[in-house]
Write a protein that binds this ligand. Sequence first.
Ligand code: AMP
Length: 430
Amino acid sequence: MSNLKAVRGTRDLLPPETALWNRIEATARRVFARYNFGEIRTPIFEDTALFSRSVGEETDIVSKEMYTFEDRARAQSEKTVSLTLRPENTAGVVRAYIEHKLGETGQLQKVYYIGPQFRRERPQKGRYRQFSQIGAEVIGPPPAGSESPIRDAEVLEMLATLLDELGISGWTLEINSVGSAADRARYNEVLRTALVSVAPGMCPDCQRRAVTNPLRVLDCKVPEDQPIIETLPKIVDSLDEASKAHFAAVLAALDAAQVPYTRNYRLVRGLDYYTRTTFEFTHGGLGAQNALLGGGRYDGLSEAIGGPKAPGIGFAMGEDRLVLTLQALEAAAQQKVDAYIAPLGENLNPAALALARELRRAGLSIDLGDGSFRLKKSFESADKTARRMVILGEDELQSGILTVKTFATGLQSKVNRAELATYLSTPASE
Ligand code: AMP
């Protein structure tokens, strides 16, 4: 047998798993199209300077994780250049935006990408050296309104929709604002001062960051450092009025669209180009590498790499992690019964038993609730043990039309009693 193997941190994707990758990509394309995003494909390698100027010299990505190589000159007319396999795609998209003068259209540019990225990280479950990201960016010259908080909220609402349509339930959206470049600079100094006395008691990485890039201390995962980090000043207190108002407007729009979120004051993200809104969607089923996706605003990125003013906002989802999450949810769903019947009131218990008998005889696995439970309690019990919940109230009994909730998608449907057994036996993700 050959001793040539896929390189550490890379892997082959084989059927049938590739079908799941294709389904995820097709769903993403469909949802992005509905929000009027078009696809962009940028090169896999770029000038190294693109990443050091955008992602930032002091970040883990640029300082230790990039696959960089010298591309030797082959002719007198050529120069030897330093190239890097892209560790992320936002820098490439913004470079393309500048290079093709997309800002001159005066229009908002809404693009998405799907493709491999490369980082020399320590491989573990959910973390690879070649991994795939699905991402999108909204960029434009100031008259196009790309700096508006409605853009942030729309992108976040799109992500909530995409995760729901993928069948990924149970996600959490964490959100923060890191303010304008000036706010961040001010906060960095506040942190630097606060760290002088406490950094000597922290991990070696934090001791270094306390001097080079204090903001990065907030990313530290070392358990012993956490109580110290909790005592540090919060970035929200360093935001100017405009950044505060922008953040409040993003949150108000999320509230109006009923997208749930939690505020996380420590969410500063690992790339230097972020300004104002930063966010992450996490999922409990992923274990240590629990971030499904991350993103935020980058109002100064275009200028940082020599382009015109072009505020923007975007995100990148780890496709590998979407696959892992869906596989875990699928495995958990297979342990569950087909449906839980929730009678609305004790007087409906006999009718519920009759319905359970009918469905069990049709070969389905059924858990039967109790009409004395409040609906909320029935929902909670059902979500733990069943793929779906059938609600049986007086109206449903009379009309023969039952309400069925599918937990994987969150969808609620009306189903005729005669078709109920067939409906309940179809996979919950369809
Ligand atoms: P980032 O570009 O660092 O903001 O990461 C965005 C998302 O990409 C993360 O939330 C992860 O889901 C995914 N991701 C980042 N690095 C890796 C990696 N080494 N392996 C797998 N997925 C990754």
